[in-house]
Design a protein around this ligand. Structure first.
Ligand code: ADP
Ligand code: MG
Length: 367
C-alpha cells in the first residue's frame, strides 16, 4: 500500500506515525486518549492516560467548530490535566464532512500519474472546486483478474473543515500529524473488542450505535466493512433538557444530576424510563431503515457507544425492543491499565472514548 500525495496535509489512511494522543473534538466535550504498545507481536496495548474535558455550550455545531477559542482553551486544559509530554495529535473529521468514493484505475502506473488520474476522477464526484478541498487516496486491493485495474479509495474534505481543527490544535501547542475520519477511528477501536464474540464476530451483522449528546450515529458492520450508516438527531441532551424542565434545575445542574443519579424519586419512572423507551424506538427505526435500504434482513448484535451507553438499564430496553443482543462497547476491555487509571471510572467513560481510542491507535500504524 502506498500513500498518495497531492496538495495534502491530510491523512485519512494508514501511514507510520510518531507517538500520538488521540483527540476527539465532539459536540459536548474533548476526549483525549494516550496508549502505549506492550506487546507488538500480540497487538497488546496499555491505556496510559485519558481526559474528558467539557466544552461550553454552542462551541460546536453539526460536528464543526463554531468557537475556535473555546476549543483551543479546552484543549489546553485537557492536555494539562492529562499530564502527558506528547504534543503530536491525531484528529478526525465527522464522516458527514468527508466524501469518499471508490474508483477503478489502470494498474502499473507511476505514482504521480496515478495521483493525476485520481485528481481528475475526483473532480467529477466532489461538488467543490479542487483548490477548496484536501484530497487523499489509497489503493485498496487489486481486482481479481489482477494486473489490469486496481481499486482506489478517494477521500476529500473541504479545506476549512480540516484547517479549523488543525488551527485549534495548533493554538493549544498541539501538532496535528493525522487527520482521520471519526467513523473509521470508531471502527478501528471497536474491532479490538471483537474477540469477545464467537469466531470474533465473523459473518455477523453488527450495528455499532454511538449515542452522544446531540446525535445518534449508526454504523452497520459486516466482516470488517461498513455496509450502512445513518445519523439521527437524538441524544443525551434531550434527557438533560427534560430534567431541567421537570426539576427546576439549571442545564448545568441537570447534567451533573443526571450523571450522579441524585434526583427525586419520580425521576426514574417519569423521566428516565420514557427517555430510554424513546431512544430504543430510535434504534429500532434505524435498524428498520437499514433493512429497507439494503439486502440485509438480520442484525446479530447491537453495540452501544457514546456517553449515553452507561445509562442504567438502557441496553436491556434496547434489547427487548429490538430483540437483538445488545452490549456496551468498551475499547479498553482487553488492554492493560496504567496505575493512574481508576478502573471503575474508566468503565463509565470507555464507551464515550471510542473515537479518541481509535485515533490513539494511529500511533501504531504499520509503516
Ligand atoms: N454517566 C452518565 N449517565 C448518563 N448520561 C451520561 C453519562 N455520562 C455521559 N452522559 C451523557 O452522554 C452525552 C455525551 O456523550 P458523548 O458521547 O461524550 O457525546 P458527544 O460525542 O456528542 O460529545 C451527554 O448527553 C451526557 O449527559
Ligand atoms: Mg462523540
Amino acid at each position: 500500500m502506498f500513500k498518495g500525495n497531492l496538495n495534502i496535509d491530510l491523512d485519512f489512511f494508514k501511514m507510520k506515525s510518531p507517538l500520538l494522543i488521540g483527540v476527539d473534538i465532539s459536540s459536548s466535550s474533548i476526549k483525549m486518549v494516550e496508549l502505549s504498545m506492550v506487546d507488538k507481536g500480540n497487538q497488546a496495548y496499555r491505556i496510559e492516560r485519558y481526559v474528558i474535558e467539557s466544552l461550553p455550550v454552542d462551541t460546536m455545531l453539526d460536528g464543526g467548530i463554531v468557537n475556535l477559542e473555546a476549543v483551543s482553551e479546552c484543549l489546553q486544559r485537557g492536555w494539562k490535566r492529562m499530564g502527558t509530554r506528547r504534543r503530536n495529535v491525531a484528529l478526525a473529521l465527522p464522516a458527514t464532512d468527508v466524501i469518499t468514493k471508490k474508483i477503478f484505475v489502470a494498474a502499473d502506473q507511476r505514482e504521480d500519474d496515478l495521483a493525476l488520474q485520481v485528481e481528475n476522477e475526483a473532480s467529477q464526484y466532489i461538488p467543490f472546486s479542487l483548490d477548496e478541498v484536501d484530497l487523499d487516496f489509497q489503493v485498496i486491493h487489486k481486482t481479481l483478474d489482477s494486473s489490469e485495474e486496481v481499486e482506489v479509495l478517494i477521500a476529500a474534505s473541504r479545506k476549512e473543515k480540516v484547517e479549523d481543527r488543525v488551527a485549534a490544535a495548533l493554538s493549544a501547542d498541539l501538532k496535528t500529524i493525522v487527520m482521520d475520519v471519526e467513523s473509521y477511528a470508531a471502527q478501528a477501536a471497536f474491532e479490538l473488542t471483537l474477540s469477545q464474540l464467537p469466531e470474533s464476530g465473523k459473518n455477523q451483522v453488527i450495528a455499532l450505535v454511538d449515542i452522544g449528546a446531540t446525535v445518534m450515529k449508526i454504523n452497520v458492520l459486516h466482516n470488517g466493512e461498513s455496509v450502512y450508516t445513518r445519523d439521527q438527531p437524538f441524544g443525551g441532551n434531550q434527557l438533560t433538557q427534560e430534567i431541567h424542565n421537570q426539576f427546576n434545575l439549571s442545564l448545568e445542574e441537570s447534567e451533573v444530576a443526571k450523571r450522579s443519579g441524585n434526583l427525586p424519586d419520580n425521576y426514574k419512572a417519569d423521566v428516565l424510563q420514557p427517555f430510554c423507551e424513546t431512544l430504543a424506538i430510535e434504534v429500532m427505526r434505524a435498524i428498520q431503515f437499514f433493512y429497507t435500504s439494503t439486502q440485509y434482513t438480520e442484525v446479530n448484535y447491537i453495540f452501544i457507544a457514546g456517553g449515553c451507553a452507561v445509562i442504567p438499564g438502557l441496553t436491556e430496553i434496547i434489547a427487548s425492543r429490538t430483540q437483538v443482543s445488545t452490549l456496551i462497547v468498551n475499547p479498553f476491555s482487553s488492554m492493560e491499565l496504567s496505575s493512574r487509571i481508576i478502573p471503575k471510572q474508566l468503565n463509565l467513560d470507555a464507551p464515550a472514548l471510542l473515537i479518541a481510542c481509535g485515533l490513539a491507535l494511529r500511533s501504531f500504524d504499520p509503516s
